[in-house]
Design a protein around this ligand. Structure first.
Ligand SMILES: CC(C)(COP(=O)(O)OP(=O)(O)OC[C@H]1O[C@@H](n2cnc3c(N)ncnc32)[C@H](O)[C@@H]1OP(=O)(O)O)[C@@H](O)C(=O)NCCC(=O)NCCS
Length: 182
């Protein structure tokens, strides 16, 4: 087992009353897009991670939404990519409405989506994000030079979490979208 391997996370903090984590359905797409626009602004389209998501439908089976009284207050998305020849999932965007920050929702969304991905036989998840936050979900920095994003990125923010020991080691080279059975 390497340091990057996903292990069962410690119990999540109890979510606020009435908050539910559910699989995303097609009907959520518009509201999720609005939440992402609000959270990340138009600059999100210029990010290298976005290039991996363009024309690459998300994997609805792993995507999760957070609902409270019929309102969508958070969402996490996964897309299929290849890193060299190796299959992987790209996690993101992850967004929680600011009115509901620091209630464990971001971590609960990731935990649920990643558990579904692991159970379905996925092997590796990568993302670009703040290492101190994502370390809480089992992500660690990718060794420098191992992966190449399709555009500029701060490689110190490129993080990985493996479900199967050795899957990170096999993921070397350029990253590209891998739209399939999403
Ligand atoms: C980042 C984000 C997803 C966190 O969601 P959340 O539901 O508020 O987070 P959680 O409740 O699961 O976790 C909160 C904890 O993580 C910490 N945390 C949150 N963002 C952090 C960050 N960027 N770096 C380090 N720690 C962070 C909080 O301080 C809090 O710590 P505590 O438990 O010690 O009080 C949410 O704030 C958000 O949507 N932000 C705008 C979009 C964004 O930046 N997305 C992530 C892209 S990298």
């Amino acid at each position: 087992m390497t340091n990057h391997q996903y292990v069962t996370l410690p119990p999540a903090q109890p979510l606020p009353e009435g908050v539910q984590i559910l699989p995303e359905t097609a009907s959520h797409a518009e509201v999720i897009e609005a939440l992402n626009a609000f959270s990340f602004g138009p600059g999100r389209f210029a990010k290298s991670a976005y290039k991996l998501r363009r024309n690459n439908p998300p994997v609805l089976a792993y995507n999760r939404v957070c609902m409270l009284n019929g309102r969508l207050i958070g969402a996490v998305c996964f897309s299929r990519i290849r890193i060299g020849p190796a299959p992987a999932l790209l996690l993101g965007p992850l967004a929680v409405h600011p009115d509901f920050k620091n209630k464990g929702i971001g971590l609960a969304l990731m935990r649920d989506g990643m558990a579904a991905a692991k159970a379905a036989g996925e092997t590796l998840v990568v993302l670009v994000g703040d290492a101190p936050y994502y370390a809480r979900a089992g992500f660690l920095p990718v060794p420098r030079g191992q992966m190449v994003m399709p555009g500029p990125v701060d490689y110190g923010r490129l993080l990985a979490c493996e479900f199967v020991a050795g899957s990170l080691e096999q993921a070397h080279g350029p990253m590209r979208p891998d739209p399939r059975d999403s």
